[in-house]
Design a protein around this ligand. Structure first.
Ligand code: 8ZB
Length: 483
């Protein structure tokens, strides 16, 4: 595999069209002005530094999701989450129009929100508010702030938000396409994200470290750890290739505690191995654990339990950061009070666990880490073999051939032939592997585990079981057993 950053002249050749795509683009024409502004941000508000400190101290930081249409309201919301909610890190969740580069509609959403006196967008339209609007937000709080979104073409958003004082940027060319978009070509999206990573690489070369976080959980629906791990590692390689140094890889809670702990341990190990083998070093790798991303119980007391179990795993798994859900998850975007309540519930568990060491070195976790390792290696070697030295090409071909396949994703470029299912202990296994290049020994293990469940439930393994599993947690159970 040959790794080489996007040539700077190619980056600059694209840049005028990116900045011209909305009027606020002209405010960030000088990258050096953005760099100067970033140099003035106190170290305590740099996301990469906060993650590195958490790693050194063995601490887990708390971060919510949050974003509303208007600058003042958004500032009030973030301040509430850092004071009342005790958030260590802050988000700015971007609205759905901006994620699809539909800035005209975002502009109308801003106007209507002003008229209505309440947010009529499902996030903060950072491109429309522009560089100075972003600076008002990042200057108004005391904690580092990250852009969280779901944007396949996130080039202009990156330009504006980085010049606007954000110090971390979520997403990636696979994780912000396949689970989010229907018709965005894999290669186009990967190239647009090379631009984003190259911009951050340029900031890095000039002394400003911006944290990068691929979106680990993908569709959040029964994704087997090896699939999200392979994609996280690939996006990590693509970011490192462009000069990114602060990298946070993510994993979404699956629900079986031992599988989740094995997934976290193996993600850290495998990522480091693949990065070193590719010739990268001098980067700072940290992990983020997402509390359950699937359907939540409507009952808030039950939702708090899902949140608290996630908090326990984050702590036992020793991740540097956890993304917190609210007890209103089943309803939609939480009120600020509910958002803070999720943070406080998580804080209570993290504090009680802080000085405890949970032994994760046992036979079952070793069995699972070993399995994940073999599965990830199978996918990665097939992607590399398809790459002809060009990783972007390898990933395009991998999706076309089903070597990479994300369960329940809307993209037409994703085969969608993989069916995950829980085994009799709630581990996420494979019912159908589609075209994933997994060996017979691996598939035999999956099959054996599913047979066990089939026997226990007295019913065959069918698609009905998959559906039952998808809704189980929202109905109060981990495994979708028959009534
Ligand atoms: C893929 C992420 C989905 C999660 C939350 C959803 C869900 C989306 C906002 C938000 C607070 C927002 N989410 N937009 N939470 N404020 N503007 O992201 O509820 O949990």
């Amino acid at each position: 595999m040959k790794y080489q950053p996007l040539p700077w002249k190619d980056f600059l050749a694209q840049r005028p069209a990116v900045l011209d795509s909305w009027p606020t683009g002209k405010d960030v024409a000088s990258i050096d002005e953005g760099l100067r502004y970033q140099r003035g941000i106190p170290e305590s508000k740099n996301f990469a530094k906060a993650m590195a400190k958490a790693k050194a101290a063995g601490r887990t930081l708390l971060q919510p999701r949050a974003g509303v249409a208007l600058i003042d309201d958004h500032i009030r919301l973030l301040r509430f989450l850092e004071t009342e909610g005790t958030a260590d890190l802050l988000p700015t969740t971007i609205d759905a129009y901006t994620r699809q580069n539909r800035y005209e509609e975002a502009a109308r959403g801003i106007e209507k929100s002003r008229a209505a006196g309440t947010s009529l967008l499902n996030g903060f339209p950072a491109v429309n508010h522009g560089r100075d609007g972003c600076r008002m937000v990042t200057e108004a709080v005391t904690k580092p702030v990250q852009v969280r979104h779901g944007t396949p073409d996130a080039r202009l958003l990156a330009e504006i938000s980085l010049a606007g004082g954000f110090t971390s940027y979520e997403g990636g060319g696979i994780s912000y396409n396949i689970p989010y978009a229907k018709k965005v070509e894999v290669g186009k999206c990967l190239r647009d994200w090379q631009y984003v990573d190259r911009l951050i690489g340029y900031y890095e070369e000039n002394g400003i470290t911006i944290n990068r976080e691929p979106f680990g959980p993908l569709t959040g629906t029964l994704v087997p750890p090896f699939i999200s791990h392979a994609i996280a590692i690939l996006e990590g390689l693509l970011a490192l290739e462009q000069g990114v140094k602060s990298l946070t890889l993510g994993y979404g809670q699956g629900g079986n505690v031992l599988q989740d702990l094995a997934a976290l341990a193996s993600l850290r190990e495998l990522a480091d191995e693949y990065f070193h083998r590719a010739g990268f070093d001098g980067y700072d790798l940290t992990l983020v654990f997402h509390q359950w991303m699937g359907g939540f119980p409507e009952d808030e007391a039950k939702a708090f339990s899902v949140i608290s179990l996630g908090a326990f795993v984050a702590s036992a798994g020793r991740v540097e950061k956890t993304i917190v859900k609210s007890p209103q998850e089943a309803v939609g975007i939480p009120t600020k009070e509910s958002n803070a309540a999720g943070l406080k519930a998580t804080r209570q568990v993290l504090s009680m666990m802080m000085d405890q060491q949970i032994c994760t070195d046992n036979v079952v976790i070793r069995r699972e880490t070993d399995l994940i390792r073999r599965e990830v290696d199978s996918l990665m070697s097939a992607v590399f073999a398809a790459a002809d030295d060009d990783l972007v090409q390898g990933i395009v071909r991998a999706f076309a051939g089903g070597i990479l396949d994300v369960p329940f994703a809307p993209s037409i470029y994703n085969k969608g032939k993989v069916l995950p299912i829980r085994d009799n202990e709630g581990y996420i296994r494979l019912f159908a592997k589609g075209s994933l290049p997994l060996g017979e020994d691996i598939m035999a293990f999956h099959k054996e585990r599913l047979q066990e469940r089939s026997k226990a439930e007295g019913r065959p393994v069918t698609f009905q079981m998959v559906t039952d599993d998808i809704y189980a947690i929202s109905k109060g159970k981990l495994i979708g057993r028959p009534k």
